[in-house]
Write a protein that binds this ligand. Structure first.
Ligand SMILES: Cc1ncc(COP(=O)(O)O)c(C=O)c1O
Length: 286
């Protein structure tokens, strides 16, 4: 079971592994936990991949009671929850949420695998991630990894340890920087695209803008000619042809760059859009 929309590289990994997926919607207001529970009940999936903390691309944060209900529903169907906490520390307007697994009852029935990485809090070039799971499963997964790349770079891991030890000092300025970039992006969008709507996410790295018309792919393509690389909503969809009116706009660049990018997008739109090319393009989403 996956969310729709979701992180494209995760969806792609599932396609490559030939997993059959069932999806649950994540809207601007988050999850309908009733739908999540009934989907679990009806489909009885072996695995559910979710991003409850500042969901990519919507930015939604799953409330605590929904987390408890999800755990309960998954325990009943024996579904393993793969919880992606990559964005969890990027809490801009709210306290950082406690780890999802902390909602599980001690020694209880829930089966949770938590995954996270240094990419969003520190640097995506530092290819360090982790998972937290029952010890036997960790051993099994570590064994599987040997067949692909043997293991992570020790130097990178040492650097990550050093950064994690200084997280209390390094994270606050990073969050402050992101708040400033988010504000700059929101102001530029309001100026150049007053007809678009979006919700300011409480955390995470991007706005999930609604353009009011299914032009996101065409705009993304045209913007590319103006040196702006941006992804339309279909890129985040579980099935083709949906979220064509959505654009995910990250606020990961400095304010001036964001203002210039929005100005160029407005120029691209003013030139008029040709239908989006159907030629597949490589995935670059970060
Ligand atoms: C939800 C989510 N998980 C994982 C990743 C990728 O993390 P990494 O760079 O560590 O592979 C991203 C990057 O955008 C993401 O949004």
């Amino acid at each position: 079971m996956v969310e729709n929309p979701s992180y494209p590289n995760a969806l792609d990994a599932m396609r490559r592994a030939r997993l059959r997926t069932v999806s649950v919607p994540v809207t601007d207001t988050g999850w309908d936990i009733g739908i999540v529970a009934s989907t679990l009940r009806q489909a009885v999936p072996r695995l559910a991949y979710l991003i409850p903390d500042f969901h990519n691309p919507t930015g939604c944060l799953m409330p605590a009671p929904q987390r408890a209900r999800l755990l309960h529903a998954a325990a009943r169907t024996g579904t393993w929850l793969v919880i992606d906490e990559t964005l969890a520390d990027l809490a801009l307007d709210v306290p950082a949420p406690p780890p999802f697994a902390s909602h599980a009852t001690p020694g209880g029935t829930g089966q949770v695998i938590t995954i996270g990485s240094m990419s969003k809090t520190h640097w995506a070039g530092l290819r360090i991630g982790w998972l937290r799971a029952p010890a036997r499963l960790v051993t099994e997964l570590a064994g599987q990894r040997v067949a692909t790349d043997m293991g992570g770079s020790v130097l990178d891991q040492l650097l990550a340890l050093h950064l994690l030890a200084r997280a209390g000092e390094l994270l606050p300025p990073r969050l402050e920087q992101l708040r400033g970039q988010r504000a700059a992006l929101a102001a530029a969008l309001a100026e150049h695209f007053p007809q678009w709507t979006w919700r300011l996410p409480p955390g995470g790295l991007s706005l999930w803008a609604d353009l009011g018309a299914p032009v996101a792919a065409a705009l993304a393509e045209q913007a590319r000619d103006h040196g702006v690389r941006i992804e339309g909503g279909t890129h985040f969809a579980t099935d083709p042809g949906i979220f064509e009116q959505r654009l995910r706009i990250p606020y990961t660049a400095p304010p001036d760059t964001l203002r210039e990018a929005v100005r160029r997008m407005a120029t691209a739109l003013a030139e008029g859009l040709s239908p989006a090319s159907t030629t597949p393009r490589p995935h670059w989403i970060a």
